[in-house]
Write a protein that binds this ligand. Structure first.
Ligand SMILES: Cc1cc2nc3c(=O)[nH]c(=O)nc-3n(C[C@H](O)[C@H](O)[C@H](O)COP(=O)(O)OP(=O)(O)OC[C@H]3O[C@@H](n4cnc5c(N)ncnc54)[C@H](O)[C@@H]3O)c2cc1C
Length: 442
């Protein structure tokens, strides 16, 4: 029986394990964190279910959202993978029926185009942060029944190499050996994976990062659109800089939250299936890709994150759009009178233009003014902006279309940690691609 070590049990690792167990492989999984129901919410990025476990659980069934699966397979196969991921989630407890009014999407697309904005049509489902851990636990129990060897709270530390061949993984609890190693380490493990890639002399490339704010407004302003597409994705090129700005992670009747990263506090948003607020929040992000001589866009974003933390004494900065436009600091007094009340109160009312570069501030203001053409009211003075919202990216580890290392043919990669995906569905799909490539080897 051929064996595979899977490092990381986020969506990519879980779906790869499912595929390999079904093909009668011995699957040894190493996961730094705990099982879904034992995870603490502070362990945001690690544990079975990965970074997605306490997420909003919005699933985008589109091969071009959260990555681009057609880099690895044909469009037809990409759509089949998406369908398979959908069916698996459904088998383990996801509700039936999409949440979008697909019949009204074409009309919204036309309205957006007329305003110079691209609207991306996506079939979506919303599991909710309160239901996702149960679904992932159902999947895990099924894998255990099929024979998954599970090493929880175990840290993969180094590869074991003998006679130039990679034969296993050294962990904090001992050594494990297998024919193949699949890295599905997600964001949490991406730095470690970079180190491994560096030690093995594997090529890596920097990917762009997203820097911006979390926008919060009254749900009445977004409802006409979020009733058509729950998490609408709008792509805008700004007037002054021709920069790419997009809406991301829209949470109708949701809540803004802060999350702690290694080096800074970031903002994010989520929504629950059972508890609702009066507001909608979404990320409004500017894509930044640095070229020479400083190519490392992640470090650039981290510097901004650290500056924001310095200014907010470790709390996110909150400003009304009207104050940002007129160059004035927002205060608690102004917030008390504001039409939109913040769902996140543990913030410092302040001035975002002191922490985000002028170019990014200009992109955000102009982008919101463009968006106002199809979402009237979003560019009002009362709209709230929380900063920073930063989406770091992993480095892309060089691999072929089978997600296999070109240098060591028993090493495979999938998911966000290797820079191959950026959301739950696409991470899971790359897990399936990598698992099938291993199976094809034999
Ligand atoms: C707050 C938040 C909200 C999000 N909301 C959504 C959403 O609504 N919809 C959506 O589609 N996507 C969402 N995402 C993104 C989504 O969670 C990720 O794209 C997805 O989880 C990536 O899957 P993955 O398997 O590649 O990696 P991950 O899910 O990150 O899993 C990787 C796993 O590897 C483990 N690991 C890493 N290194 C090691 C090591 N050395 N040894 C042992 N184990 C290791 C980690 O503990 C982790 O469990 C969200 C992300 C965050 C952070």
């Amino acid at each position: 029986m051929k064996s595979v070590i899977i490092i990381g049990l986020g969506p990519a690792g879980l779906f790869a394990a499912k595929e390999l167990l079904n093909a009668n492989y011995k699957v040894i999984s190493i996961e730094k964190g705990k099982a879904p129901k034992e995870r603490n919410k502070k362990e945001l990025l690690f544990g079975v279910g990965g970074a997605g476990l306490f997420s909003d659980g919005k699933l985008n069934f589109n091969p071009f959202i959260g990555g681009d699966l057609t880099e690895f397979v044909s469009l037809e196969d990409a759509n089949k993978l998406i369908e398979e991921v959908h069916n698996t989630f459904q088998n383990f407890g996801m509700a039936n029926g999409y949440i979008n009014q697909t019949e009204k999407m074409q009309e919204l697309k036309e309205r957006a185009i007329k305003s110079g904005i691209r609207f991306i049509e996506i079939k979506q489902k919303h599991i909710g942060s309160d239901y996702l851990p149960g679904i992932i636990d159902n999947l895990l129990q099924n894998l255990i029944q099929k024979g998954l060897e599970l090493h929880l709270e175990t840290d993969a530390q180094e590869l074991i190499i003998k006679d130039g061949k990679i034969i296993g993984v050294k962990t904090n609890k001992g050594e494990l050996f297998a024919d193949y190693i699949l890295f599905t380490v997600g964001r949490w493990g991406s730095l470690w994976l970079n180190k491994i890639a560096h030690d093995l002399d594997l090529k890596t490339t920097f990917l762009p990062v997203d820097i911006g704010v979390r926008v919060e407004t009254s749900q009445e302003i977004t409802k006409a659109i979020t009733d058509i597409e729950y998490c609408p994705k709008f792509h805008i090129y700004t007037k002054t800089y021709d920069d790419f700005v997009r809406t991301f992670c829209v949470n109708p009747q949701g809540f803004v939250v802060s999350e702690s990263y290694d080096k800074f506090i970031n903002v994010n948003g989520h929504s629950l299936r059972d508890i609702k607020s009066d507001n909608t929040n979404f990320a409004f992000l500017v894509k930044i890709k640095l070229t020479e001589p400083a190519e490392d866009s992640n470090s650039y974003a981290q510097h901004i994150g650290k500056l924001a933390n310095f200014l907010g004494s470790g709390k996110p900065i909150l400003q009304r759009l009207g104050d940002l436009k007129t160059g004035r600091r927002t205060t608690w007094n102004k917030l008390e009178k504001n039409l939109v009340q913040p769902t996140l109160k543990d913030v410092v009312p302040g001035d975002i233009s002191l922490l985000l570069p002028h170019r990014i501030v200009t992109d955000i203001v102009e982008g919101l003014e463009e968006l106002d053409k199809i979402m009237p009211g979003i560019a009002s003075n009362y709209t709230l902006l929380y900063a920073p919202e930063i989406k770091l990216s992993a480095m892309r580890v060089s691999c072929n279309k089978n997600l296999q290392s070109e240098k060591y043919n028993n090493l495979f990669f999938a998911g966000d940690g290797a820079g191959l995906s950026g959301d739950i569905v696409n991470a899971a799909s790359t897990g399936l691609i990598a698992a099938r490539s291993i199976i094809k080897e034999n």
